[in-house]
Design a binder for this molecule. Structure first.
Ligand code: APR
Length: 229
């Protein structure tokens, strides 16, 4: 795909881009963790009923992500940013930090960040890489419980206004490794089509919203992305 100086790329990534780094996708792994469905541990209801279980789940996710390394797909988006600067907007549904470690400086984590936590009252996210397997964290300032800075099912993704502003300016929508089943991200391609911009999907199988893309590149992210642009 040839990009000109006037092109602006909106890249949306999902769990598939980190699959070749060894991090399990949500639906591909059967969606189960220790016999619990992801919906059972990644919801406000799960937090209300069993915060220890929720923290155990995210502590394990922190451990897995720390041990993982970025792959060729993360690096190629890092390189694309070096070339395009702010004409590339990278929006990820992933909560890992592999894009950053792959060289991307500007990453919008619409579903939150694994390595941040926030007090349920003060609501201010702060960097946090600790694992909470025994004692649950409380806020230094007000003593309220501290939760993972993750957008759970039923919560609103972060900075949607800014996302739609970026989508409005883009000339290309590149979507990588997401099943097209979780909204609003799964609907970005529909907004893009309404504006008539080019839309391309990269992944080993067609996503649920495949019919809306102009072009589908069947292949893994690490195999396809380095030679895409
Ligand atoms: N390269 C590219 N894509 C891949 C690869 C790979 N190597 N391996 C798997 N995939 C694709 C799968 O074909 C699938 O379409 O990645 C996608 C993963 O889909 P999901 O597990 O549904 O993950 P995702 O779409 O990111 O989930 C969206 O749902 O659970 C919530 O908040 C969570 O952000 C997550 C959201």
């Amino acid at each position: 795909m040839l990009l000109s100086k006037s092109d602006r790329v909106f890249a949306l990534t999902g769990a598939g881009i980190s699959a070749e780094s060894g991090l399990a996708t949500f639906r591909g792994s059967g969606g189960l963790w220790e016999g619990h469905s992801v919906e059972q541990v990644a919801t406000p209801k799960a937090w209300d009923t069993d915060p220890a279980l929720v923290w155990r789940f995210y502590s394990m996710r922190r451990r897995d992500a720390e041990a993982a390394e970025p792959n060729a797909a993360h690096f190629s988006l890092g390189k694309l940013e070096q070339k395009m600067g702010d004409r590339l907007f990278l929006c990820t549904q992933n909560v890992d930090d592999l894009h950053e470690r792959g060289g991307s400086r500007n990453v919008h984590h619409m579903h939150g960040s694994l390595f941040e936590s926030r007090c349920v009252k003060c609501n201010e996210p702060f960097p946090d890489r600790r694992e909470y397997l025994e004692t649950l964290p409380v806020c230094d300032t007000c003593g309220s419980p501290v939760r993972p800075h993750i957008v759970w099912f039923g919560e609103v993704p972060l900075a949607m206004d800014m996302i739609y502003e970026q989508l409005d300016q883009a000339t290309v929508l590149l979507v990588v490794g997401t099943s097209g089943s979780v909204y609003p991200a799964a609907g970005f391609v529909h907004s893009a089509r309404q504006r008539g911009i080019q839309t391309i999907y990269v992944g080993p199988e067609e996503p649920l919203n495949a019919a809306s893309f102009h072009r589908i590149e069947i292949g893994t992210a690490a195999a396809v992305l380095p030679s895409l642009f």
